[in-house]
Design a protein around this ligand. Structure first.
Ligand SMILES: [Zn+2]
Length: 544
């Protein structure tokens, strides 16, 4: 690929490193300028409306800018280097300077690792800008752009044009109506995790943090809990029974209080007044100076806020669209579509806590909480295939998982099939088609240890996807669209999304598939999984 000369960008001010992003990567044709196929003529350069002002807002915010563009016209001989450079000079004349230019000169047939949707240009741009892909957000107009971003572990914003295919729009986790709107949302999200209203440097004694619900919910709240921990001497986490094992893995948590919350649990027991009185007493005994109540967008923090008030907790922060009266001191609001870890981080920020400069907003586990990986599994670099999910709507159909196992094995991958003790029938059936059956052999920490040494994890939208994200292990996400991918997709880790994003189960939040034959996932071709691993640079030879 071609890399333009790096230039010193106007980086962020010392000590105020942005939490989320260092750089914005921009596709060229159809994103920055009107798409003129195979254009080698500077006179035909037409910026999209509002481009210059939008880019200047990013520059003013200290973000570095790079262009990442496929130019197969070079490979096909439609224009030469000189002409392309003239076009780029014209673009800079109209839109201002970019800190780097990354061009793939190849054609699809070349099989290079830089032509989008391969992630090579994104990695190269990040390197050129002195950062990592996970600290970049890419803006593009077609599915290839977003796919390249995700495969590198970057965020990807799709700004559709009339030529963008509907399935690409459906699959995008982050959509904007035009380039200025994309820029505004990037800056808004960046700002939302920084806001520390009047509490900079103030350190509390004991902070109570709350995240009920399942293991995945607890894991994605991890960065926000670390932010609170950075500003508190002691952190107590209230979680439910289903999230307990994940809570034990989180850094920053000093103590855990486990109690089911009947207004959160999907299959709740009746409200027991004695149990509520006991909970209020246990909450009072913590002696917390403040509480930060984390929820998903469909959950209410207010019933617990009332108990916390009864327990004498003076400062309570939560996200609430419902009017909270005097139940909350910090009532935070978040637009829909924000990734769950950022949504929680923005609440922590509103409460006065932010991640320290030496931490990253990624999912993490306590290294000392993981057991050694069983020795009989061989060298690292295997592929973990996890077909199940607590919600069957988000599980991979066993028949498909078996075909995936067979195809991966045939492609030279070592496959480990994982699942809980109640999923042993499925894991046995899948592993029989190719792979080692670990069904029922792992608890959550054991599974985390196995995932940590994987070359990649093939999994639906369920807890182990977040374990992979926490270990920095690439994910092939067989994502049922019952909830938005942009909120629940694997966070800041190289990912390839597969499945029909526009299936009828979309946004239903259904726990079991409402559509016969589970069409969102059953149409996946196992060859797509093999190809996804190639894009993620996971080799069948066992290495990564
Ligand atoms: Zn290339």
């Amino acid at each position: 690929m071609y890399a333009g000369a790096g230039r010193a960008g106007s980086g962020p001010v010392e000590g105020t490193r942005p939490v989320l992003y260092d750089a914005v990567l921009l596709d060229r044709d159809g994103t920055l300028i009107e798409d003129v196929p195979y254009n080698g003529d500077p006179e035909k350069v037409r910026p999209v409306p509002g481009a210059r002002a939008a880019l200047d807002r990013l520059r003013a915010a200290g973000l570095r800018l790079a262009v990442v563009t496929n130019q197969s016209g070079l490979a096909r001989g439609y224009f030469g280097d000189e002409q392309m450079r003239a076009v780029h000079a014209r673009i800079e004349e109209l839109l201002g300077r970019f800190d780097a230019w990354l061009v793939c000169p190849h054609d699809d047939a070349d099989g290079c690792d830089c032509r989008k949707p391969a992630p090579g240009l994104v990695h190269a741009a990040a390197r050129e800008l002195g950062t990592r892909a996970s600290r970049c957000v890419l803006v593009g107009d077609i599915g290839r752009d977003v796919a390249a971003a995700l495969a590198a572990g970057a965020a990807g914003v799709l700004v559709p044009t009339p030529v963008t295919r509907p399935e690409e729009v459906a699959a995008a986790g982050w959509l904007a109506s035009d380039l200025p709107a994309a820029v505004d949302e990037i800056l808004r999200r960046q700002q939302a995790v920084h806001t520390v209203p009047g509490r900079v440097g103030e350190r509390v004694g004991t902070a109570l943090v709350v995240r009920s619900d399942s293991a995945g919910d607890v894991l994605v709240t991890g960065p926000a809990i670390r932010a609170v921990a950075a500003g508190a001497q002691r952190v107590v986490l209230l979680c439910g029974p289903r999230g307990r094992a994940a809570a034990d893995l989180l850094p920053g948590v000093d103590e855990i209080l486990e109690h089911p919350l009947p207004w959160i649990d999907p299959t709740p027991a009746p409200v027991d007044p004695d149990a509520m009185r006991t909970l209020a007493a246990r909450l009072a005994a913590i002696g917390a100076d403040e509480a930060v109540v984390f929820t998903s967008f469909h959950q209410s923090a207010l019933p617990l806020a009332l108990l916390l008030r009864m327990a004498g907790i003076r400062r309570i922060s939560a996200i609430s669209d419902d009017y909270p009266g005097s139940l909350l001191d910090v009532r935070h609001r978040v637009p829909v579509g924000v990734p769950e870890p950022e949504r929680a981080l923005s609440l922590a920020a509103a409460a006065g806590h932010r991640l320290p400069g030496d931490d990253e907003p990624v999912l993490r586990l306590r290294p000392d909480a993981l057991p050694p990986r069983p020795a009989d599994l061989g060298d690292p670099g295997y592929v973990v295939l996890h077909p199940g999910s607590a919600a069957s709507s988000r599980a991979c159909p066993p028949e498909l998982a078996a075909r995936i196992a067979g195809s991966l094995t045939a492609a030279g991958h070592r496959v480990l099939v994982t699942g809980g003790s109640d999923e042993r029938d499925v894991t046995a059936r899948v592993a029989a088609a190719g792979g080692t059956d670990l069904g029922g052999r792992t608890d959550l920490p054991g599974l985390a240890a196995i995932v940590a040494d994987a070359g990649a994890v093939v999994v639906g939208n369920t807890g182990p996807a977040h374990l992979a994200a926490a270990a920095g292990v690439p994910v092939v996400s067989l994502f049922a669209p019952t909830v938005p991918f942009g909120q629940w997709g694997p966070y800041r880790v190289p990912t390839v999304r597969l499945g029909n994003a526009d299936a009828p189960c979309r946004d239903t939040r259904a726990a079991s598939c409402p559509v016969p034959a589970h069409p969102c996932l059953s149409g996946i071709d196992p060859a797509e999984v093999v190809e996804a691993l190639r894009v993620l640079a996971v080799s069948g030879g066992g290495g990564r």
